[in-house]
Structures are given as structure tokens and as C-alpha cells.
Design a protein around this ligand. Structure first.
Ligand SMILES: [Zn+2]
Length: 558
């Protein structure tokens, strides 16, 4: 799921000024000057061409396409002079689970003014992260927990003073200040924080011991209609398998329609609109819907398969036990809905280019001589099914996360020509911005904010799996201000890609018309990694960022 490039606006440029928060421990002093050697266009093209050929069948995890992909990456990593990254092995096994909820019952709420019955699909959807044959939630107490956020660094806890063990929590979508027009505020205003993502809400509900978590759908703060919720939740879901089979998860996670939530609250003599307002304020207290009990259930159809992350390492010359990470996902959609008789989603741009970039960078680093710190080149699986390969690595790291300095993620490089601007997705989150800004300055390029921070793109590619565990990660890509043609031409080219090729059989090698933009961006990817591998600094998340506490903890344990 690459965000792909979007237009910077004058508005975004203004915000970027505001986002430059002064750090007391100024990272700039710690950023070394680095040289960027010539990077190999032929390697980038060659690996992209092979990965996206029909022979690789769209690189779906667990298929023959995976076998070919993994074999090719091992061969290329070896040729580049890397060493196997996983204790002598080039790969890390990633167990995947496909889980489909079948035979769902309606969701009933009893004990209110009148019993309510919600139909699966039309009124509610649910699934489970527990790998077990059937799921039953029976007569579970219902509690409204506002936005369902527990953020110690902000002194905000929607679960304070209430025990939700075994209960069904009802949660609002997005974060409390989503209506603020600026991208600033307790929860970054209109910009989404991790606390606003549905994934977070289910994770926190599980930590609190809830039996079930139900998010109230609302089109504006969700940014999509009920149709999207229904279609994405009623099919097969993908998980990375864990040793406990998801025993630490809620039994069920789901969504309910807004109108049904209002009825449910009214039946318990509660005013939904008033409580929704109250939940926006710090100090909000969760509200039990006294007497109301939730019941529903479904069976799980379960299939398991094994996939692999590919890991190569270039040991550091001076501090080999400190690691700088490059990540890119090798997987794509495999066979897909045919267009003009072609049913292979080749994923040339997404993400054969990013994967080929790993090889190209590895080659260049080896040729230039190993930097002080070790470099880890990690090609992850199953990004397209929900960042599963990166999540599995971050949950089962080969190199300790507390010793992992920082990382750069690459997802779908720019196929339409060089741009003047570079968009940082999640700008202002960490001190890594300063590294990129220095590299961009050398190349006379301008760093800008992402134009739609409310869409939460920072939380939607592989860097996020590491960020969540505290490792500072930067994700940047070309903007739309084409050197040749400006913003208008860039916008058109981006729209053209999204319409005709993104996640479709048309994302093919031959459709890449221009490699100069990728080569320009590759210089920045190289420079940022080299700076990180040559400094002795430990860049951190900025003060107030949701991932800083996780970092401080992992560093103090190292
Ligand atoms: Zn991608």
C-alpha cells in the first residue's frame, strides 16, 4: 500500500515551517557529511525487471512466485557482498494465517429499553485475531470508552478507573481532535496519530482484557463509508501467526453502524451525541451501559502457510553491534482480476522498485566500504495483507530493536521523472527529518510535508511496524513538482498511475517511462542511511510523539 506521491500545497509548506520544532539536543550537530557514490541504474532496472516478470506471477506469499523471489534476492544479496542476516541464514520464516469468519449470528443487545438485533453485514461486522475454530461472546457487559485511548505521555487514559475484563467496549473512530483544521494539537489536530487508527483501538482493548471491541463507524472521521468497512471485514483476514494463537487478543473485533450505536445508547438512557462530545476532553470517564448485554458469535475458517523475510547484513567497520535498517516489501498481489486477459499483478513499481533499491544500495555500500555501523537490508513479505512480514520481524527481531539505530523504508519508487520536492510521510515525528533535510539540501531538493496527514499514511507501510516498537523510521518519496513540467504534469502522472496501474495488471516493467526520478531519490536513501551509519548519535522521536516512550524503554534496556 504505497501512499504514492501527492501534491505539496502552499498550505503544506506553511505547516512544514510550523512542524520544525527546535530540539534541545540539536540533531544537526551529529549528522556527518557523506559522499554519495554513483548508484547502478542497471542493477535497479535488472532486478525490477526480473521481480516483475510474469514468471514471478505477481509475487504472492506462499506461491511459486515467492520461491523465485526469495531465490533471486538471496543471489543478488550474495553478489552484492552481503552476509546472511539471520544467524547464518538468508531468510526468516514468517508463519501466516488466513482466517475467515463464517456462519455469523446477529449481534444482539439485551437488557436495554428494548432488545436490539444487528444483522451481520448491514449493521455490524466482526472478526477475530484468535486462531480458533469458533468465537462466542455471550451476555457481555457493554462499556463506552470514548476514543479508547491510553496515552501515558499525554496523561490521557479512556480506561482509567474502569475494569473492562470480559466486557464489550464501544469505541469512537479517529482521535479526539480530528476536527481541528490545523495539523497541531494534543493528537496532532487533523493529522492522524496512531491512537486514531482502528488497529490501535483493538490492540488497546485487548491489553485491557476486553472480550470484544466494537468501533462506531462514522463516515467523516473514518474517511470511508460503511461499504468499505463491510467489504474489507466480511472476507478473509490475514495474520502473522503467533505462538499463543492470539490468546492475548480480544475474542472479537468489529464495527457497528452509527445509527445503531445511537439507538443502543438511547435504549440505555444515554445520549450518544453528548457522550461523543465529552469523549473529546481529557479526563473523560468511560460509561457503562448498565444492564445492557451483548451476544454474538461466528466460526473461523483457518488456513496456514509459511512465507519468508529475506535478510542480508553488511557488518559495520567500527560498531558492528549497532544497526541501521533498510526495508522494502517484496510481495505483491499475485494473480488478480484480469484486465484485457492479463491476470498477473506484476507490481513493478509496487514494490519491485523498492526491493531492487535494496540490492542497488547494498552494492553501493559494499563498494564504498562498510560504514561504522552495520547495515541490515530487510526484504519483507506480506505487506499487502497488512504489514505482516515487518510486524513479524519487529515482534521477533533478529537484531535487537534497542540496538537498531533507525531505518529507512522504500515502497513504490517514482516512475515518472525527477521532482524538485521530497515528501516526508509523518514529517515532524522524529529527528530523522534533519538527516533527510541535510541530504536534500546537497541535492538542491526541497523537503515538504505530506499534503493529507489526516489519512494516516505513516501507519500504512512497513516502517510503521518498527515505529510502533520504538525504532525511529523515516518514509519519504518524490513529491509532484516535476523538474520537467512542474506540479500540474506531476499530478497528472500520479493520477494516471493510480488509475491505470496501481494494484492492477498494468503495473508492469514496460510501463515505467522514466528512471531518473528513482535514481535521484535513491541518492537520498543512500545518503540518509550512510549518515545514520557514520554518526554515533541515537536519533529519537520528537518530544510528545506517540512512539518516544517505546524507544526510551528499548534504549534503556540495551
Ligand atoms: Zn507497496
Amino acid at each position: 500500500m504505497p501512499r504514492f506521491f501527492s501534491a505539496p500545497t502552499a498550505f503544506a509548506a506553511l505547516l512544514s515551517l510550523a512542524a520544525c520544532s527546535p530540539e534541545s539536543d540539536d540533531p544537526n550537530t551529529a549528522i556527518p557529511d557523506v559522499d554519495v557514490p554513483e548508484l547502478s541504474l542497471s542493477t535497479l532496472q535488472d532486478v525490477t525487471r526480473q521481480l516483475s516478470s510474469d514468471e514471478f506471477e505477481g509475487r504472492s506469499p506462499g506461491t511459486a512466485g515467492e520461491e523465485k523471489t526469495v531465490a533471486l534476492l538471496i543471489e543478488k544479496f550474495k553478489e552484492a557482498g552481503l552476509q546472511p542476516g539471520n544467524n547464518g541464514s538468508w531468510t526468516q520464516d514468517v508463519p501466516l494465517v488466513e482466517i475467515t469468519a463464517v456462519n455469523p449470528t446477529p449481534l444482539t443487545f439485551s437488557g436495554g429499553a428494548a432488545p436490539m438485533t444487528l444483522q451481520y453485514g448491514a449493521d455490524y461486522v466482526a472478526g477475530s485475531y484468535r486462531v480458533q475454530p469458533s468465537i462466542s461472546v455471550k451476555d457481555s457487559d457493554v462499556v463506552f470508552v470514548g476514543y479508547g485511548i491510553n496515552a501515558p505521555e499525554k496523561g490521557w487514559n479512556d480506561y482509567a478507573g474502569i475494569d473492562v475484563k470480559g466486557k464489550t467496549v464501544v469505541i469512537l473512530v479517529n482521535d479526539p481532535d480530528w476536527q481541528t483544521p490545523e495539523a497541531q494539537g494534543e493528537f496532532n489536530g487533523r493529522a492522524m496519530t496512531y491512537y486514531g487508527r482502528w488497529t490501535y483501538k483493538y490492540e488497546e482493548a485487548a491489553r485491557q482484557g476486553a472480550a470484544a471491541a466494537l468501533i462506531v463507524h462514522d463516515t467523516e472521521p473514518a474517511a470511508y463509508g460503511w461499504n468499505v468497512v463491510e467489504s474489507s471485514w466480511t472476507g478473509t483476514q490475514y495474520l502473522a501467526d503467533s505462538t499463543n494463537g492470539g490468546a492475548d487478543q480480544t475474542a472479537a473485533n468489529g464495527w457497528i453502524q452509527l445509527e445503531k450505536a445511537k439507538q443502543l445508547f438511547a435504549g440505555a438512557s444515554k445520549d450518544f451525541d453528548a457522550l461523543r462530545e465529552a469523549a473529546k476532553k481529557k479526563g473523560f470517564k468511560a460509561v457503562p451501559l448498565s444492564g445492557v448485554k451483548a451476544s454474538f458469535g461466528f466460526d473461523n475458517r483457518i488456513a496456514k502457510k509459511m512465507s519468508r523475510n529475506v535478510i542480508g547484513v553488511l557488518p559495520g567497520a567500527k560498531r558492528p553491534d549497532e544497526y541501521v535498517l533498510y526495508t522494502a516489501h517484496w510481495d505483491h498481489l499475485g494473480r488478480c482480476t484480469p484486465v484485457d486477459g492479463d491476470d498477473i499483478c506484476n507490481g513493478a513499481v509496487d514494490n519491485a522498485t523498492g526491493t531492487a533499491a535494496l540490492v542497488t544500495l547494498a552494492q553501493a555500500f559494499k563498494a564504498a566500504g562498510a560504514p561504522d555501523r552495520s547495515l541490515v537490508f530487510l526484504a519483507v513479505t506480506a505487506e499487502e495483507s497488512g504489514l505482516l512480514g515487518s510486524k513479524f520481524y519487529a515482534d521477533n527481531p533478529v537484531f535487537p530493536l534497542g540496538q537498531t539505530v533507525a531505518g529507512v523504508n522504500m515502497d513504490a519508487l517514482n516512475p515518472v521523472g525527477p521532482t524538485r520536492d521530497i515528501v516526508v510521510v509523518g514529517r515532524g515525528k522524529s529527528q530523522l527529518d534533519a538527516y533527510l533535510e541535510k541530504a536534500a539540501l546537497t541535492d538542491e531538493r526541497t523537503v515538504v510535508d505530506e499534503p493529507t496527514p489526516e489519512k494516516g499514511f505513516y501507519y500504512r507501510s512497513d516502517h510503521f511496524s518498527f515505529a510502533k516498537r520504538g525504532v525511529p523510521m523515516i518514509y519519504f518519496e518524490s513529491g509532484e513538482d516535476l523538474v520537467d513540467g512542474g506540479v500540474e504534469a506531476g499530478k497528472k502522472a500520479a493520477e494516471d498511475y493510480v488509475e491505470k496501474r496501481y494494484h492492477a495488471p498494468g503495473d508492469e516493467f514496460e510501463a515505467i517511462t522514466n528512471w531518473d526520478g528513482m535514481m535521484a531519490d535513491l541518492r537520498l536513501y543512500y545518503a540518509v542511511g550512510r549518515m545514520l551509519a557514520m554518526t554515533s548519535a541515537w536519533p529519537n522521536w520528537n518530544e510528545g510523539d506517540e512512539f518516544r516512550a517505546a524507544r526510551d524503554k528499548s534504549r534503556s534496556a540495551s
